[in-house]
Design a protein around this ligand. Structure first.
Ligand SMILES: Nc1ncnc2c1ncn2[C@@H]1O[C@H](COP(=O)(O)OP(=O)(O)OP(=O)(O)O)[C@@H](O)[C@H]1O
Ligand SMILES: [Mg+2]
Length: 363
């Protein structure tokens, strides 16, 4: 197993800078997830770790070796892609053993390794089938099986489950979690799926435009986002942002309000504010609740309701024309056009010293 360290890694395609100085330490055995908007450089970064893409500058270290100049086969990494990359004319057994065949591994050893991978992935009974006789999830397991037989120190997954339907994704997500537990290997995983990121990761790395916005444990990022981008990116539905005026500051107690939101005091550490300036109040939809008018700190009109069974999502237009999304527990019936009061727990509110831009809007 191995640590993976990126030191000021940069990548340009022609004159376009795509990866703009990434520093990252991924510990041995850690499950790290890269998330970020489409085009931010997740696949490029993964391909650079794999050796499939040159590094423009910086150092890539796997284990204790600088691997900048090493070809993929000498890096002890195995990559699993979104498209299964398995051969239709080969059986599952041949597909799983393909890397070993190429490496001219003796037959007995190859059979043993294929058998072992099939056992881990619970597909021993499928070894003689061809890909056309498999489900999508089973096909992806074949690709993972091929990666396992190579006994890599580092597994790289680029959105391996995104072609699967929701139920299968959930099964496969749990299988990948188990696989990580069983093999104890370092794994780096790219996904667009929040749930995959939050549940699988020891560490989430949020990327934007080729830069790391924040890296840390999932709950650290969720509860203590460093900036508006991370705050808006993690969590579904996204955090609400309201531009507010800073009214009063007492130590780390900051009192804010705006035309729609009554005066509220938020406890903030590590950011500084100035009375009379604007700031952004961040409220997660789950922490908003319905209140009587006299107990509420904002009033609005329901413009849309989504009943999901376990929760009810309300889209509420406030008196100043801005929108709040509230996620109310359980199945509750609200009417469009209904007027409601909202309140929130100030301890769960965030206050940022920056104002929202278009890219911080809901994802
Ligand atoms: N070979 C290439 N030549 C030029 N530009 C490239 C090349 N490969 C990637 N890019 C550009 O680099 C940027 C990052 O691409 P990358 O595939 O890493 O994004 P991503 O974060 O994986 O996106 P997605 O979530 O859509 O998969 C994009 O703007 C892309 O157009
Ligand atoms: Mg990609």
């Amino acid at each position: 197993m191995a640590d993976v360290v990126l030191k000021n890694i940069r990548k340009s395609f022609g004159s376009v800078d795509i990866i703009k100085g990434v520093d990252l330490e991924i510990n041995d055995g850690e499950f790290t997830v890269f998330v970020g908007p489409s085009g931010c450089g997740k696949s490029t970064l993964l391909r650079m770790i794999a050796g499939l893409e040159d590094i423009s500058s910086g150092d890539m270290i796997i284990g204790d070796k600088v691997v900048n100049a090493l070809p993929p086969k000498d890096r002890s990494v195995a990559m699993v892609f979104q498209s299964y990359a398995i051969f239709p004319h080969m059986t599952v057994r041949e597909n799983i053993g393909f890397g070993l065949t190429i490496a001219k591994t003796p037959k007995a050893e190859k059979d043993l390794k294929v058998q072992e991978a099939a056992r881990i992935l619970q597909m021993e009974h499928l070894l003689d089938r061809r890909p056309s006789q498999l489900s999508g999830g089973q096909r992806q397991r074949v690709a993972i099986g091929r990666a396992i037989t190579r006994k890599p120190e580092v597994f790289l997954f680029d959105e391996p489950l995104s072609n699967l339907d929701a139920a299968l994704r959930m099964d496969m997500r749990m299988e990948i979690g188990k696989l990580h537990h069983q093999l104890g290997a370092t794994m780096i995983y790219v996904t667009h799926d929040q749930v995959e990121a939050m549940t699988l990761a020891d560490k989430i790395v949020v990327l934007k435009d080729g830069e790391v916005m924040q890296a840390g444990a999932p709950m650290d990022l969720y509860h203590h986002p460093k900036n508006l981008f991370v705050a808006g990116f993690l969590g579904a539905p996204s955090m609400n942002f309201a531009v507010v005026n800073v009214e009063k500051i007492e130590g780390d107690q900051i009192t804010v309000k705006n035309d729609a939101i009554a005066e509220t005091t938020v406890h903030v550490q590590g950011r500084s504010f100035t009375v009379g300036t604007k700031a952004t109040l961040g409220l997660r939809p789950q922490y908003l609740s319905i209140a009587d008018e006299r107990d509420s700190c904002m009033m609005g009109t329901i413009v849309l309701t989504e009943r999901l069974g376990s929760e009810t999502i309300l889209n509420i237009k406030l008196s100043d024309g801005s929108t709040m999304i509230a996620a109310i527990a359980d199945d509750q019936i609200f009417k469009i056009g209904q007027s409601v009061g909202l309140t929130f727990d100030a301890d769960r509110a965030h206050l940022f010293d920056e104002l929202p831009s278009a890219s911080d809007a809901a994802h």
